[in-house]
Design a binder for this molecule. Structure first.
Ligand code: HPA
Length: 273
């Protein structure tokens, strides 16, 4: 599946992408910033099921952004949609096959830490895999590491670049641990207390499988959570997907600027060995 999809994309894209940008809920507007974008809907790619995101079809958009050749993944596959881990991780694996060396992931997340309020941006410094599954379990892909070291999944050099970019934009950048859960229900207040107790600062339903797949193929990873709501039980508001999408859209401007700042500062995209 991965090599067929990569062969197909090679015939569609003008240039080899350096960076994969995975956009979370409400963050689709980054695609508007790309020059000379070539768009490839997921369902046209061999082996890729359709994915929908807030009324848009899931798609790759490739082009130039801040001097980089980027591949943007607008829309993603989630476990809660019933997709197997192989499908959830496929876009990252295909990007790796195309030669991408760095992946920047974004997601919408609920704030658990008391300082993570709607609109805050959290640099993900670590995660908890509470989805209890992995795209790496099962038969080994040709290029995957079997027992991947995960002691520093989020690249320290890229994190430093993100902090510098935020400081120069005078943007507050929080840091913390992303608790990846299965969903699709939002959590109960008791679950949020439990996540806080085990070290979760923000909670969401994506990202972890993509990070696992990216690390196993040697990609460098950077991830940001846009906090769209206080997690369950921490505010009086009931949670709704519409609210999450709306808060994502409202807060996405800062995140887009930050990502452009990071791309600007990545002096040299390290080649994968
Ligand atoms: N919980 C899980 N996933 C989420 C949340 C949340 O509160 N907000 C956005 N995605």
């Amino acid at each position: 599946m991965i090599s067929d999809a990569a062969d197909f994309l090679r015939t569609r894209l003008d240039a080899r992408p350096e960076v994969l940008l995975v956009l979370g809920s409400g963050l689709g507007r980054l695609t508007e910033r790309v020059d000379g974008g070539v768009e490839v809907p997921f369902e046209t790619i061999p082996g890729f099921p359709p994915a929908s995101v807030a009324g848009h079809r899931g798609r790759f958009v490739s082009g130039r952004l801040r001097g980089r050749t980027v591949l943007i993944q607008a829309g993603r596959y989630h476990y809660y949609e019933g997709h197997p881990p192989t499908v959830v991780a496929a876009p990252v694996q295909v990007a790796a096959a195309l030669g991408v060396g760095t992946v920047i992931l974004t997601n919408a997340a609920g704030g658990i830490h008391r300082r993570l309020r709607p609109g805050a941006v959290m640099l993900v410094t670590d995660h908890l895999n509470l989805q209890w599954r992995s795209p790496l379990a099962g038969p080994m892909g040709d290029q995957d590491a079997r027992f991947q070291d995960m002691s520093a999944p989020y690249d320290p050099g890229l994190q430093a670049i993100a902090r510098e970019a935020a400081a120069s934009l005078k943007m507050e950048l929080f840091q913390g641990t992303y608790a990846g859960v299965l969903g699709p229900s939002y959590e109960t207040p008791a679950e949020i207390r439990a996540l806080a107790a085990v070290g979760g600062d923000a909670v969401g339903m994506s990202t972890v499988p993509e990070v696992l797949a990216a690390r196993a193929r040697g990609l460098q990873v950077l991830a940001f959570s846009l906090i769209t709501n206080r997690a369950a039980g921490l505010s009086d508001e009931p949670l709704s997907h519409e609210e999450v999408l709306e808060a994502g859209r409202r807060g996405s401007g800062g995140m887009v600027t930050l990502i452009e700042g990071v791309l600007n500062r990545m002096a040299r995209i390290p080649e994968r060995s």
